[in-house]
Structure formats: C-alpha cells, structure tokens
Ligand binder design. Structure first.
Ligand SMILES: Cc1cc2nc3c(=O)[nH]c(=O)nc-3n(C[C@H](O)[C@H](O)[C@H](O)COP(=O)(O)O)c2cc1C
Length: 203
C-alpha cells in the first residue's frame, strides 16, 4: 500500500477507510445469514443525508423479500447475474421516482417555485435518474458502512422489470443490489484502479 493511500489527511479512521473502500469488495456469493429490516433502516437513515440537486431525493428502494417476487425478479436478470441474485439474503431494486417533484414543497421549502420548475416530464425524468444514481452510490457505501457486502448490477432487462414491478410507470429501475455477508470465495480478482494523474487535471 502506498503512503498516499493511508494518508493522515483523511479524517476517517483507517478501519473506516478499509470498511468503505480499500477492503470492501463487490460480492458475488453470500452466506445464508439474513439481512434485517433494522439493518436496512440504519443504512437509509445514514445515506439519506448525502446530497442531491435541490434536495430532490428521487431514489426509491424496493426490497424483494418474498420467494415469489424473487422468482419474478430473476426472470429479468441477465444470465450471469441470476445465480447470485437467486441466493443473496436480500435483493434491493434501486429506482428513480419520476414524480419526485411532488415532495419539493416539503424538502426544498425556501424555493416555492421548485415543484413547478419540473412540470415538464422529460427533463424531470432525467433529473430523477441523475440524482437517484448518485444516491445509489451512496446506498452502496451505506451497505458497506453496516459491515455488509453489496453486489450492484446493471445487467438486467429494465423495461421488463419496470413493467412487472412498477406498472404505473412512476418508478424506473436503475440498479439491482444483492446485499448480505459474503460467502467464501465471493470475489472476482481485484482489478486495478486508474491513477490520480489519469483522472485528475488542473487548469
Ligand atoms: C453500476 C454497476 C453495475 C454493475 N453491474 C454488474 C453486473 O451486471 N454484473 C456483475 O457481475 N457485476 C456488476 N457490477 C460489479 C462491478 O463489476 C464491480 O463493482 C467492479 O468491477 C469492482 O469490483 P470490486 O469491488 O470487487 O473491486 C456492477 C457495478 C456497478 C457499480
């Protein structure tokens, strides 16, 4: 590990840095230990504070809890994602609420025109997607903060899933996330990350 990776500049403890980033991995297999409602609530109560444009908070989370719903979900997953989605203790569908603007008078009250600014459905759906995806990233880190492993997946038929689980069209699925404690050999090999100089430039 290089010096910069354990920099004392960071305010999080080394353990927290490891839990959230360095040692956290994308799990592909899980133990049978269940994920409780209390754990999911604790995750939400933490990540809800992370920022979104105009405090719009368009993320919606569908916990797929029943065996019947899990079976239906599997029919929409791509082949390579089916086995792990079938055996994860908990699966969450992260979706964007295209009518998030209905909450703006409450969550952004100092700007009374906020709701009306999103009267047009097309840009509203784009804002919903953009900000819910940000929140999806926060959610994955929240799962890690609870000591659990996440397996986010974009490999599924979103149109089919939405027609099945969100038939009124208001919610649009973004990512499906497997959640639980990792099984042994839950990981693919760790792949390299881009270097600072490949990513960051100054003007
Ligand atoms: C938005 C998103 C979509 C992903 N989709 C899939 C997927 O469909 N199937 C899969 O096996 N892994 C998927 N992954 C997992 C990534 O490949 C994995 O997180 C990345 O390679 C880093 O792996 P690591 O955490 O083990 O280092 C996805 C991850 C993200 C964040």
């Amino acid at each position: 590990m290089t010096a910069i990776e354990t920099s004392p500049i960071l305010r999080l403890t080394e353990d927290a840095q490891d839990l959230l980033f360095r040692e956290a991995r994308t799990a592909n297999a899980f133990s049978a230990e269940p994920v409780t409602e209390e754990q999911v609530q604790a995750i939400y109560e933490l990540v809800k504070w992370a920022p979104t444009a105009m405090n719009s908070q368009p993320l919606r989370v569908l916990l797929v809890r029943t065996p019947e719903a899990r079976e239906r979900l599997l029919t929409h997953m791509s082949e390579g994602n089916r086995a792990k989605t079938g055996t994860a203790p908990l699966v969450a569908v992260l979706a964007a609420d295209t009518d998030f603007h209905e909450h703006l008078p409450t969550v952004f009250p100092h700007f009374p025109g906020a709701k009306d600014a999103f009267a047009d459905p097309a840009p509203r759906a784009e804002t919903a997607r953009f900000n819910a995806l940000l929140q999806a990233g926060y959610f994955v880190l929240g799962v890690r903060a609870a000591g659990l492993a996440a397996g986010p997946m974009a490999g599924f038929d979103a149109k089919g899933l939405d027609a099945d689980f969100f038939p009124d069209g208001r919610l649009r699925s973004l990512i499906v996330v497997n959640i639980g404690n990792p099984a042994e050999n839950a990981w693919f090999d760790r792949n390299p990350r881009l270097d600072y100089d490949q990513v960051v430039q100054s003007v």
